[in-house]
Design a protein around this ligand. Structure first.
Ligand SMILES: *[C@@H]1O[C@H](CO)[C@@H](O)[C@H](O)[C@H]1NC(C)=O
Ligand SMILES: *[C@@H]1O[C@H](CO)[C@@H](O)[C@H](O)[C@H]1NC(C)=O
Length: 270
């Protein structure tokens, strides 16, 4: 189940307050993401927040990832836990996407920054995308590599979204016109990068809550992708976590029912 933006955007700031389903949520994934997989089957772009459910009493995990121009053979996943229970109340999750940078935020804390580097080349998302929110059954991988499946005795699983922000450059999908190079011109309140004090918060957050980074996953990448900046302390910290399994084959759309509309609040459930 889910919803998507009617418009496609090239760069912008996208945000929602989200409350996740509570209780037993193993196998459930709630995703808040940008994609153009419907238009570009072989060379799509994607920027993801994915929330991975858990067995009762165990915390939700958050995963972020990006693909550029069909670079799905290189997953750039990171995983984290949170400093609060995301099923208890609404918290804000945001994506800032510019020509050179992608920043993921939880509330006002930037949790991940991806710079477009020469090494990343085409793997940096660069084509217009729609914004999506979905909830789906990922029993095969979401919780302990598929050990715990969705238990529909606990259905419906409801994810609530409110205060949606879509401050992006809406583009014509064919002409690709109206590209805006300076996102701050859309709305003065859009962050233009990470401030020094936010940078400290980000470092503290990552020290405490980062549980997985593809950069240190030797089973997947003998040589880490070239944009990785390795840090021996971080490597040591991440050693204590179990190896991680990924979903692979995209994607979370089931059959489509199209409804036009505008909304500030929405629910998606399975
Ligand atoms: C991204 O670029 C900024 C500005 O040059 C730099 O301060 C920051 O460390 C870079 N971040 C990453 C993750 O490479
Ligand atoms: C993206 O991939 C397609 C097909 O693989 C290729 O033709 C195109 O040049 C690539 N575009 C960019 C911007 O890299």
């Amino acid at each position: 189940s889910g919803f998507m933006s009617h418009d496609l955007y090239l760069h912008g700031f996208f945000s929602a307050s989200i409350k996740l389903p509570s209780d037993y949520t193993a196998g459930i994934v709630v995703a808040f993401y940008m994609s153009n997989g419907d238009m570009y089957e072989r060379n799509h772009d994607e920027i993801d927040f994915e929330f991975l459910g858990n067995i009762r009493g165990k915390e939700w995990r958050v995963q972020t990832n990006v693909y550029g121009n069909g670079s799905t053979s290189v997953g750039r996943e990171e995983r984290y836990t949170l400093w609060f229970d995301p099923a208890e109340e609404f918290h804000r999750y945001s994506i800032l996407w510019t020509e050179d940078q992608i920043i993921f935020y939880v509330d006002d804390v930037p949790i991940r920054e991806i710079n477009r580097t020469a090494a990343m080349k085409r793997d940096f998302p660069s084509k217009p995308m729609s914004l999506y929110a979905t909830i789906w059954d990922a029993s095969t991988w979401a919780t302990n590599g598929g050990k715990y499946k969705v238990d529909y005795r606990y259905a419906p699983y409801v994810a609530q979204f409110s205060d949606l922000v879509l401050h992006g450059c809406a583009v014509d999908p064919i002409e690709r016109s109206r590209k805006c190079d300076d996102i701050s011109l859309i709305d003065g309140s859009i962050p233009s990068g990470i401030t020094p004090s936010q940078r400290i918060k980000m470092a503290n957050y990552r020290k405490k809550y980062l549980t997985y980074s593809y950069c240190y996953d030797k089973a997947r990448y003998k040589t880490p992708p070239s944009e990785c900046i390795l840090d021996s302390q971080e490597a040591d910290r991440l050693k204590k976590f179990d190896p991680v399994t990924f979903g692979g084959g995209r994607r979370h759309h089931g059959r489509r029912h199209h409804h036009r509309g505008t909304t500030k609040n929405a629910k998606a459930s399975i």
